[in-house]
Structure formats: C-alpha cells, structure tokens
Design a binder for this molecule. Structure first.
Ligand code: FE2
Length: 342
C-alpha cells in the first residue's frame, strides 16, 4: 500500500516536472552588454553542441543590470555577460547573481579571474596600459603608474573621468598595492598634472595624445588595438603616433581586468546557464570571446592570434584577484572625489 502510494507520488512528481525539465534543456536567456560580430559564432557554436537555443537581450552595461534588478524574481535572465570586474561586483552586491560550483570553470579559469564564491567568472582579459606621444616621451619615462605622479608631467597628462568603471577599478588595484594614503597621494598628483579636465572615453584620450593636447594617458589596450587595426587611415595614423607601455613590469605588474559572466539568482534555466559558462571556457569559445574585442583569452593554453596583441608580447600582469577591485570601489570613488578628479 505504502509502496503503491510512493509510486503514485513519484509518478505525479515526474509528470509535474516533465515539461519543466524539457524546457530546462532546450532554452537559455542571455543578457549581454556585448555586441560583436564574433558573438554570432559563439552562440551558434553552443546551440550546435548542446541543442539549447539562446534568446539574447542586448543593452548597455548599466541599463542591463538595472533591467534585471527591476524584473526581480520574475526575470527570465539566466546569464549576465558584461565588462569589468567592478561592474560584475555591482551586480553581485545587489544580489543578482548566484554562486556556481563547476570543476570545469575552476580548472580552466585562473583563480584571480573568478569571484571566490563562483558568482561570476572572467572569460577574457584586458590591460590598462600607459599610452604616450612617441615624439615627446621615452617609454622608460612612463614604465610605472606611479611615474605619472611626478611633477615633470604637469600639464602633460590626459585622463578620463573618475566615475568611469575602468578608472575606479584601477584605483582599486592602487589602493591594494600602495595603501589608501599612497593611492590618494597618487591621485592628487596625477590630478595636478592634467592638461585638461577629464572628458570623453579611452579612445578620446588616445586621440588627444596623437593631436598634441597632452603627452601621456591611460587606456585599455583594446582601444589602441581598434585604432591600429582600423580600416580608416586616420585611425591607424593615431595608433602610429602613440606608443604603449605595459606598466609596473618590475613590481606588481600591469593592472588587468576582465569581461565576464555570471548566473542570475532567479535563472529559470540554471543547468543550461552553467553549461553555457563552461562552453565559454572552451578553446573554441575562448578565441571568439576574446577576439571580438581585441582581448586575451583567460584560459592559459589558448593563445591569441590577434596581430596587435601578439606584437605586444608577453607581460607581467597583476596577480590580484579582480574581485578586490569591486570591494575597493567605494573607497576608490571617495579618493577621486577628495582630490577633485572629476
Ligand atoms: Fe571599453
């Protein structure tokens, strides 16, 4: 009797679970702030391999996070893809992401590029490099971030706004390595060296150096690579005037960051979402994911075929876990505010 009852209950459970289980295996909702051509190959490769269809929602970084937040428990979002550990940290802070335990991800992705609890993972790496006017500056004059604090650069630096996530994350690394007082002293001196008030994005800073408005700036390497690989001669000319240094090779290494992804807390297709993250760490996906934005694969056995990145060669990167950049974010913004770096 009781065995019959158990069997009946089991049957009912299976019946109820049936359609859900089916949907679980066949569909995935990816919310992404990326929109590169290589992403097409990325998504279709996953569908071919798993039979799971991908529905994509694409929007700017901050609106995307806001959308998931406002959708709340009913959000159909399974996976969030966005850039900068500082931004993934913001999503984590407001409780949007859930921890994922995956031996595949833990093996393939270096520990410093993963949130320690598995709430998000880096899938490509970018470096925040120093760019300089080749006609006026020698690379050994700008071999460290700290060197930019020297008064000799007075009126010669261009920097983008401190509210930008790339500069917040850079400050997060400086706080870790120099301590808060050291990081603040750096920001104060760099602020005092500015040739103009912060304006525009990284590409605008590179253009300002090439145009002679300033001699030195800081930029993510892919903005330089974009100009160098541009079909427009004027862009390539900018890249030719500008030299790139990977700072701090003799000390803590160049500040690096990630493009990454995490599984959302209310993901309706959790299993497929984890499968997708594992796919992003595969050799094939690593190339597409990194190449779309002139970034490096994070999986060490996968080498870049990007001509500009290959010319840069190997470099020493900061080994700090990128999750620290997020944790230091409130302190970073306060430092920039105190020194009047807009
Ligand atoms: Fe960017």
């Amino acid at each position: 009797m009781s065995r019959l009852l158990t069997a009946a209950l089991l049957g009912a459970t299976l019946l109820l679970a049936g359609p859900g289980v089916f949907a679980q295996g066949k569909e995935l909702n990816v919310y992404s702030s990326r929109h590169y051509q290589t992403d097409e190959a990325l998504y279709s490769g996953f569908t071919k391999q798993t039979g799971i269809r991908i529905n994509r929602i694409e929007a700017g970084e901050d609106p995307l996070i806001e959308r998931i937040r406002s959708e709340g428990e009913r959000s159909p979002a399974d996976v969030l893809i966005t850039v900068d550990a500082g931004r993934l940290w913001r999503a984590e802070q407001i409780g949007l992401l859930q921890p994922v335990k995956s031996p595949v991800l833990e093996k393939r992705i270096p520990a410093s590029f993963r949130e320690p609890e598995g709430r998000w993972f880096g899938f490509s790496m970018r470096a925040r490099v120093i760019a300089y006017d080749k006609a006026k500056v020698k690379p050994d004059e700008v071999s460290t971030y700290e060197a930019l604090a020297d008064p000799k650069w007075k009126g010669r630096l261009c920097m983008r706004s401190s509210t930008n996530i790339y500069n917040l994350s850079l400050m997060g690394a400086l706080i870790h390595h120099l301590g808060e007082p050291g990081a603040e002293a750096w920001a104060k001196s760099v602020r005092a060296n500015l040739a103009q008030e912060p304006k525009g994005g990284d590409t605008d800073q590179l253009k300002a150096v090439a145009a002679g408005a300033c001699d030195v700036t800081i930029s993510n390497q892919y903005y330089y690579a974009r100009l160098a690989r541009s079909t427009k001669p004027a862009d390539r000319e900018i890249a030719q005037r500008v030299g790139v240094v990977f700072p701090n090779q003799g000390s803590w290494g160049t500040h690096v960051n990630i493009s990454g992804a995490g599984v959302l807390k209310h993901a309706p297709h959790r299993e497929a979402a984890v499968k997708f993250l594992e796919y992003l760490a595969s050799d094939e996906a690593q190339r597409y994911f990194a190449d779309g934005n002139n970034e490096w694969p994070v999986v060490e056995s996968v080498k870049t075929e990007n001509p500009v990145l290959r010319d840069f060669g190997d470099f020493k990167r900061d080994g700090l876990n990128v999750a620290v950049l997020g944790r230091n974010q409130p302190a970073s913004q306060k430092i920039y505010d105190r020194v009047g770096w807009k």
